[in-house]
Design a protein around this ligand. Sequence first.
Ligand SMILES: NC(=O)c1ccc[n+]([C@@H]2O[C@H](COP(=O)([O-])OP(=O)(O)OC[C@H]3O[C@@H](n4cnc5c(N)ncnc54)[C@H](O)[C@@H]3O)[C@@H](O)[C@H]2O)c1
Length: 327
Amino acid sequence: MPLMLSRNDVDSVLSMDACIAAVETAFGELTRGNADMPQRAVIRLPEHKGLFLGMPAHIGGDEEVLGLKVVTVYPDNPAKGMPTIFGTLLLCDPKTGKTVAIMDAGYLTAVRTGAASGVATKYLAREDSKVCTIFGAGGQARKQIEAVHLVRPLEKIYVLDKVVATRDAFVTDMSALLGVPVEAVEDAETAVKAADIVITASSSHDPVFDGDWLKPGTHVNNIGSHSPDARELDTRTVVRSKFVADLKEANLAEAGDILIPIEEGAVTADHIYASLGEIVVGEKPGRENDDEITVFKSCGLAIQDVSSARVVYEAAKAAGVGQSVEL
Ligand SMILES: NC(=O)c1ccc[n+]([C@@H]2O[C@H](COP(=O)([O-])OP(=O)(O)OC[C@H]3O[C@@H](n4cnc5c(N)ncnc54)[C@H](O)[C@@H]3O)[C@@H](O)[C@H]2O)c1
């Protein structure tokens, strides 16, 4: 009987450090050709300002896993008192195809997206990074900061959000959780100029800062936008950066952050220096000096979901968490 795991169940067994380790391994397996991950199916519902994504993946090897996440993105939901993202993940036994678990994947999405930024930050941010500025204080933002703080302990965090209540709740909760001063700011220029690491985790369709504000050596995790016509980074940021994709093919299918500069003629597709997995397995170096501006562009990959779901499933079984249900 499949194990049903609620959001609280997932939360109770999935730690960020375990998720970062699983996601890092998954990026490596993808680059080694040991994973099967079709480009995700996207249904756009402009009449409802919504997005529906079907994301299957199989990863082979010692930690073999097979699964499918269905996730929706409705940016107007928070105004209706609901999260932007809902998700459900189906985990199957790779040997028989039998469904072994069905779990909530809203929280899982935030953790695995944070984990990918954690992996990217580990390879791309300066070792002495201490100040982080984050755009967007919603569902993803908290796990972004948590992951970055695990790999580069932060001493100061600046946060910007259009919605003051969301931003202020982030300040209260994250300063208490991490024991690091978190300051709400409105002046994006000062906050970007002060940052060693910038994170964009907003629902904005347009650039949220000016690329000329980035000081040499800054690392940017760009995770919010994932449609060809939307971007959080301006062309200047992209041109100035060593640009790392979660996966080149996925970026070239979905990421306005790189597609719009390509369309403008400012860069070509070759501007994408690497997929993250190439850096993880050592095929290409990550950061090479203290002056490089590095960008990690994440659209979100199904390998992140299934590798994290495997961690959840194994931990839930060991802890007796969840409910077995006859389908
Ligand atoms: N890369 C990935 O793997 C991945 C995974 C999950 C979600 N996402 C994307 O991340 C984005 C954020 O998701 P979420 O769940 O946190 O949504 P959310 O709605 O909970 O939070 C987004 C926040 O961004 C703020 N915002 C909008 N424009 C802004 C601006 N110009 N400056 C600062 N803040 C601004 C909003 O007020 C809101 O609080 C979405 O676009 C979502 O699709 C990406």
